[in-house]
Design a protein around this ligand. Structure first.
Ligand code: ZN
Length: 225
């Protein structure tokens, strides 16, 4: 898209890094915004800043510590153990987080004449977060456009993908190795494959294993033709 600009909500994790590569492919000018809400590990903020620099896109870090004042949770308080009990929302969930993040992003975007906003939120991400749903994103898009009289378009390239599909998308964008080696998903703050034990690492590894298995199968089919 010529003369098009996009702002990517960017945490330096697998999902948003895949979105960043997607944005670089689809838009002429890309910037990122990273939220500092008192994450357990400053590594996450550094990781997002480093990847942005590495890929040559401007990165803005926004102080969102107010979120931790009103809703302390396991992502920010190291004394809380991260857990999810049968069917309930995990205690990493923060009410309204995506609502706030996307809204703040849009305010910054408008100042920069950017109307495309890209977020890695995903309905298939079985945790059941209400503000990861497609209907929420569409509703917020309308609200933002009305509130600022501006034509924002919220893009959610991962909305209907599972973790294996997200690896596939990274691979199609030529970013498989980059995402695998440079991104941080682990709740214990370890880049790339992570600690291997926390729920985020398990989800990431499970998706990667399924994708690699599928890719192997497809290559065999290709070979047989
Ligand atoms: Zn981990």
């Amino acid at each position: 898209m010529k003369n098009s600009k996009a702002l990517v909500l960017f945490s330096g994790g697998q999902d948003s890094t895949t979105c960043l590569f997607w944005a670089i492919k689809n838009f002429e000018k890309v910037e990122t915004i990273t939220f500092d809400y008192g994450q357990r590990h400053k590594t996450e903020i550094n990781c997002a800043a480093n990847i942005s620099k590495d890929l040559g896109v401007p990165n803005k870090i926004l102080d969102m510590s107010l979120l931790n004042q009103i809703a302390p949770n396991a992502l920010t308080r190291s004394e809380l153990e991260i857990k999810s009990e049968n069917g309930e929302l995990p205690n990493t969930f923060v009410d309204g987080r995506n609502l706030l993040f996307i809204s703040f992003s849009s305010i910054l975007a408008k100042q920069k004449n950017i109307n495309n906003i890209i977020t890695g939120i995903c309905e298939t991400d079985y945790s059941g977060y209400p503000d990861c749903r497609d209907i929420f994103t569409k509703s917020l898009n309308v609200t933002l456009n009305l509130s600022m009289d501006y034509n924002f378009i919220i893009h959610t390239p991962l909305m209907w993908l599972d973790k294996a599909d997200t690896w596939k998308l990274a691979d199609e964008l030529g970013a498989f190795d980059y995402v695998k080696e440079k991104t941080l998903t682990c709740y214990n703050g370890i880049i790339a494959d992570g600690c291997g034990k926390c729920p985020a690492c398990e989800l990431r590894k499970n998706g990667l294993d399924r994708y690699l298995l599928k890719r192997k199968g497809e290559n065999i089919d290709e070979f047989r033709k």
